[in-house]
Design a protein around this ligand. Structure first.
Ligand code: ZN
Length: 242
């Protein structure tokens, strides 16, 4: 219990702004993914056996219950934390899975995608991060292909802070608008894909991709200056359910 609360605190700390007390890390070089575990003793999980992202393949047929989404248009803050662009949510949006309610905390993006599906990488992947009352995490992932522009993304991109540490207060960003209509999904156990790489995260990856325009994908890449995807991690003994 204590550990899971610490976990959420660290996710909130790393997600709010570039805080001075968090250990610096990056996606390349001496502070890149291969070195995350060495950067801080808090990052011991980065060498664990249930790490994310993975290549989703070898699916096991399973009777997965639908995820019950109950999202309000509650995105009220867009931040640039130097690792991603993130939309923070006010309370009131949640999903229900395994009979447990997980509150939506924030969503953010990776380009290119972190997870692969059957060996396929996507230009963009959205992560919707949720936590239950004990601090257990559930991440809903949505892949984006290049195609028709996404209307809500257009709104968010217009207001996103271009500089690290920047924050824009916004009104009612919709998370629903970034979800596919068809909500079949893959499920596996994984981790945070950024330090401290904490495990025990329920991963729920939507099968149906969304689309974003080339311009929308490029705008995100330009703001971040470098790809923000952690390399694929070994699947090890984990089953991937569908
Ligand atoms: Zn992410």
């Amino acid at each position: 219990m204590k550990k899971s609360i610490a976990l959420v605190c660290s996710i909130i700390a790393s997600s709010s702004v570039f805080s001075a007390d968090s250990v610096h890390w990056s996606y390349s070089g001496s502070e890149g993914p291969k070195h995350w575990a060495e950067l801080s003793s808090d990052n011991f999980s980065c060498t664990g056996k249930n790490q994310s992202p993975i290549n989703l393949t070898g699916f096991i047929e399973s009777d997965l219950a639908p995820i019950e989404f109950s999202y309000m248009d509650g995105g009220n803050e867009i931040i640039n934390n130097g690792h991603t662009i993130q939309v923070n949510y006010e309370q009131g949006s949640y999903i229900n899975i395994d009979g447990i309610s997980f509150d939506l905390l924030q969503f953010h993006m990776h380009a290119p995608s972190e997870n692969h599906i059957n060996g396929k990488s996507y230009p963009l992947e959205a992560h919707f991060v949720h936590a239950d009352s004990s601090g257990n995490l559930a991440v809903v992932a949505v892949m984006f292909e290049e195609g028709v522009g996404n209307v809500e993304l257009k709104r968010v991109w217009k207001m996103m802070p271009k500089h690290v540490g920047g924050k824009t207060v916004v009104d009612k960003v919709s998370a629903d608008a970034l979800l596919p209509t068809q909500r079949d999904y893959y499920r596996f156990n994984g981790s945070l894909t950024t330090p401290p790489c904490s495990e025990g995260v329920r991963w729920l990856v939507m099968k149906e991709p969304m689309t974003a325009s080339k311009q929308q994908i490029d705008t995100f890449k330009n703001v971040l200056h470098e790809p923000n995807n952690r390399p694929l991690q070994p699947k090890n003994a984990r089953p991937i359910l569908q």
